[in-house]
Design a binder for this molecule. Structure first.
Ligand code: AN7
Length: 401
């Protein structure tokens, strides 16, 4: 049993109402379960495969879900990279290993399942890329049409390729993500498409399972979760999941929720640093990490709470720091991620250097999307292949042998 509850004024709405904002105060809604009614046995959870659906008692879906085996992503111990920063317990949860190559699949398996449960016949989103790729994939699996709005020219190639190939109606707008989100919201309200951006409370339910899985894989609660922040949905979702685990008595403390943004797109970091009650939107966000090129994060209010309540941190990293970490993850650890994902680990490096992270902490960085999402940014950083004539002497000469 669950209901939708306004995160600000507490107004309640029935779970089958299609609503994205509180009618009384305009804030977002969250799914609230009757935790006392739930029968959750951690041994039963552990007996199921590691996946989003291991935790189905804490998810809103009651029909057979639209699923492609999402979640169950690896948690890597970054031994060498950690050592280079003086950290013994640095981990990366590689969300790029999901079906469409990003953490968004956790949200979409739940969100698109809810679209069917709520008898919606089409779905839509605005996206910096990964949400659109994921929605296209899950729309295809569900057999319903998907409409995606992208900021023209600012979406990484792999993501556009996925949205197109999986059959979404792909619209590029001459404007940024924040404007695309406003437009798709209006479209959904006026024409009944089911909106699957992170204003959708059900989608975020799927994303909270990143935290559940990491705790299960680590065998304990980490001291810190570090996430890249764009629309701030993911950091809020993971925090919400942890609140539920604490309420259920399954864990007894909170990891420090730590959000990392790109320097050119860092309204949440600014709000934390300047102790503002709310985020001031950045009108012209810009960063090489196009996934998190978001100036007006809709979940900022929840993210500020998550960071403040858990004694967490927020920090921004430059594009240079992001790209250096993308290369270091690739070459020192064999982990291929897109720039936005490298931001979380780059943030750790910066915070450790500044002495704001204790070197004994157990730290889980969420690396959110796969390297191949943005091949152009990869190619730009690397030397091109050495082209030679097809004979052995040329090969030996190219290898300086
Ligand atoms: C790789 O696809 O917003 O803070 O429209 O693709 O929950 O927004 C993507 C966001 C981090 C930020 N890493 O997560 C979209 C979109 C990657 C991402 C984020 C995104 P939120």
């Amino acid at each position: 049993m669950y209901r939708l509850v306004c995160v600000s004024c507490g107004a309640e709405y029935p779970p089958d109402e299609i609503i994205y904002h509180c009618r009384k105060c305009g804030h977002l809604l969250a799914v609230q379960y009757d935790l006392t009614d739930l029968e959750i046995d951690p041994a039963v959870w552990r007996s199921r495969p590691l996946s989003v659906w291991r935790y189905k008692e804490l998810l809103p879906v009651t029909i057979p879900p639209v699923t492609l085996a999402e979640g169950g992503t690896p948690l890597y111990h970054l031994e060498r990279l950690g050592k280079s920063m003086g950290l013994r317990h640095l981990y990366a949860k590689h969300e790029g290993m999901n079906p469409s190559g990003s953490f968004k699949d956790r949200g979409m398996t739940v969100g698109v399942s809810m679209a069917l449960q709520l008898r919606r016949t089409s779905v839509a989103c605005a996206s910096t890329g990964n949400t659109s790729a994921s929605l296209a994939v899950y729309g295809a699996k569900a057999g319903i049409p998907a409409v995606v709005l992208l900021p023209a020219g600012k979406v990484a190639l792999g993501k556009v390729a996925q949205a197109l190939m999986h059959g979404a109606k792909v619209i590029s707008i001459r404007g940024n993500f924040d404007r695309a989100l406003e437009m798709v919201h209006d479209l959904c309200i006026s024409h009944g498409l089911y909106l699957l951006n992170s204003v959708n409370p059900y989608r975020l339910e799927g994303q909270k399972t990143i935290g559940f899985e990491a705790i299960d894989q680590l065998g304990c609660v980490p001291d810190r979760f570090v996430l890249p922040v764009g629309n701030a949905g993911n950091i809020s979702a993971v925090h919400k999941g942890l609140i539920e685990l604490v309420a259920l008595g399954l864990i007894d403390r909170y990891p420090m929720m730590t959000g990392i943004q790109a320097a050119g797109s860092a309204p949440v970091v600014r709000a934390i640093e300047e102790n503002l009650p709310e985020v001031i939107p950045e009108p012209h966000p810009d960063t090489v990490a196009t996934a998190i090129r978001i100036g007006a994060p809709v979940n900022a209010e929840k993210a500020l709470t998550a960071i403040r309540k858990t004694g967490g941190l927020a920090a921004s990293v430059t594009d240079e720091e992001i790209l250096k970490m993308q290369r270091d993850l690739a070459r020192i650890e064999g982990i291929g991620v897109e720039p936005a994902s490298a931001a979380s680990v780059a943030g750790v490096r910066k915070l450790v250097t500044e002495g704001r992270i204790d070197r004994d902490e157990k730290i889980v960085c969420v690396v959110t999307g796969h390297l191949l999402k943005d091949p152009e940014t990869v190619i730009r950083q690397c030397e091109p292949p050495i082209e030679i004539d097809a004979d052995l002497p040329s090969l030996l000469s190219a290898l300086h042998l």
